[in-house]
Structures are given as C-alpha cells and as structure tokens.
Design a protein around this ligand. Sequence first.
Ligand SMILES: [Zn+2]
Length: 316
Amino acid sequence: MPTAHKHILASLFCSCVSVALVLGQVQSGPNRASGASKSPNAVATANAEAGPWFKARKVADRVWCIDDHGSDNIYLVEGKKKALLIDTGLGVARLNDFVKTLTRLPVTVVNTHGHPDHAGGNYQFKSAFAHPLEFAAIRNTSTAESRKRVAENMIRGATADMVSIEEAVAMPAAELLPLTDGQMFDLGGRKIEVIETPGHTPGEIVLLDSANRIVFTGDNDNALVWLFLPTCTPLEVYLRSLKKLQQRDGEFDTILPGHGLPLPNSFIGEQVNCVEGILNGTCKGDPYKSFAGEALVCRYKSAAVAFDPNNLHVKK
Ligand SMILES: [Zn+2]
C-alpha cells in the first residue's frame, strides 16, 4: 500500500474503524469479506480498477448490499413507502445517485456507528439518524478538512461516479438526528427496529427486520471485530450487547454485517463464546498487529475478536 494511503487511513481511522476489514488485512474463518478478501490492499487497488465504484447485489427480499468498492457494505432496504439506507460508506463516490438507480422511494439514512467507512458519505444526504454517542465521531469525519483529506488521497484514478475534491469539500454536512433503543423505522409494510449494542463503538446499533428475519449489524458482528481501539467499550460491555442480541436470535436467520458476507444467526453464540473465553482467562490471546495499534486476538470457531487486555472490565 502506498505510504500516503497508510497515513490518510491511519489519521482517518485512528479514532477509529475496522481498518483491518476495510483494508482486507485480516480475516479469519469461513466467512471472509467478499470485497476485503479479494485484495490485501482493497482501497489502494480500488482506485486502479476500472468500472463503477459501487456494485449492488440483492441479498434478501427488497434488500440490496451495496459494495463500497471492496471497503465496506452499505445496505438499502425498501418498504412500500420509504427506503432505509444503512450506512453511507467512505463518501468517495456518488452514493446518492447510485441509490436512485435502485429505488424511487424517499430514502432515510441511518448510521450503525460513526466511523468514516460507515458515515463518510453522509454529506450527500440532508440528514442521517445515528446514536447521539456517535455524533462527535460523525462530525469529525464530516469536517471540510477531513473530507479534503479523503478526497486528496483516495479520489484518484477516478471512476466516472466518483466525487470531485471540490464537490466533496463544498457539500454541507448532513443534519444528525438522534435515535434510541427500540425505535422503529416504519418503511410502509416493513418495520426496522433499532437495538443499542455498544461495543465496537459506544453508540453502535444493530437494525432488526424481524418480519424478514434479518439483522444489520455494522461492525459489532463481523468475522473479526476490533475491540481494542481507544474508543471501544470495555469487553464486558460488548459481551452484554452480544447476549442482548442473542436473546433475539429467534427473530433472525441471517446477519448482514458491515464488512464481509452474510453470517448465520448461530454466529452470535460463537462470538459470545469467544468473548467469554477472554474474560474468564481461557483464551490468553495471540499477538495482533495493525497500523491502528497492537492488540491480542482470540478466536472461537468462525468468530474472532481483537481486544485490549487493559480494557476488559468497566472501571469503577
Ligand atoms: Zn467501525
């Protein structure tokens, strides 16, 4: 990866993101990220590839997974009256225009969390729902300076649908709208429930479409979850979130994560086992290195969690 890319990504994500997944550096288990696994430097090579930035594939009834050029998954969910856009990706290309090719319905935007590979495209929309604990992180990624850094370092070798540096900097930030646990997005004949699941970030949420038996989980339930960043919650808080979601696993069959391929609902149990092993000392962890920092990693079946051994418990 070019040094410039490393620096921009490190500076963007230091506060911080599943960069290993974004860059495809580390994936484990059978459910490797479709985009991330195709290259060890997905973002870096993405600019050199021809073709449109976004690709969409249908993953459930009126649900599309929009591939943000191998970096992350954006989801579009259609009801009868509205559509819900779950995350906005890096904000490098014209997501707003691309979404219009998939639906004619008015679009509501929601962020699973505030990392720049999930909320980076918010500026292309008037408003976005997010947990208030994510507002500061989202605003950080929404400054003109931040967008300029992304634009200068990543909007190169452009595909036709990419945003120009001038446009990216000039667009106003989206208004942030707060959401709460239990809130429902009523799309008309389809309701999506917000479930607060702090862990990867303090205001991380998942979105449950119980009628269609799917859940959208951002970065809390990927094949490898980063729990070692300074902004992550203590691991025991993350475990509570996993168990909270596990209690609802009779309402979904499929997990649609922010990176990688769909996962079965049994994956949550594997994550619970993985994290319990860390907390009870059964798993001491193997060294784990990334440019965002060093950590330890434990695995259980197809689940893996990279963690900070000094951030296991809530400090009293
Ligand atoms: Zn993240």
